[in-house]
Design a protein around this ligand. Sequence first.
Ligand code: VGL
Ligand code: ZN
Length: 213
Amino acid sequence: MKIAPADALLVIDPQNDFCEGGALAVSGGAAIMPLINRLAERFDRVILTQDWHTQDQISFASNHPGAAPFTEIDVAYGRQMLWPDHCLQGSTGADFHADVAPTVQKALAVIRKGYNPAVDSYSGFFENDHRTPTGLAGMLRDLGVTRVFLAGLAFDYCVRFTAEDAVREGFEAVVISDASRAIAPQTEAAARENFRALGVVEIEVSALLSAHS
Ligand code: VGL
Ligand code: ZN
């Protein structure tokens, strides 16, 4: 697989809170940052997403007395997983990881998501109501992008739902598996199953960066 001018790299939530020591740490999270930098060098267009919550975010367990993180509740738009407080706007946890700074510098845009207190947002394209757009699809179309490559955190949530929405929006979607890490094995397997069903392709960094055709 060869990287082409109509491709964009979407780097999903490479933030401190999803790395070791963060509020919602993903095992191995920090280790993907150098891989992301190597990838970003090869793409003309790099776009970041940034999880960007306020304290009253509906998906914070702390806003539902008696409810524990990593349990689900019913909300107006369906089932919603509850999380530890994370990625608070302006906090160190919400900052991009220091090791991904070259990619942040290169990025043409940062799409923030999850700032509506009443609706969480995993996907970079739509909030969790699957209706409210972030503007990313329009930006990609305006730029002439037809295929997106995805890396970042977490594989089983924000990477997964961004990839699935990309396909629904008419883009080809390629997830760079080893430049991503999952929160849990069960949801990682569910993501892979959905990728197969929807035509989301998975590739490894080495295969992509060494490809000549
Ligand atoms: C994410 C859970 C809550 C992610 C964000 O970036 O995958 N997961 N907020
Ligand atoms: Zn979040």
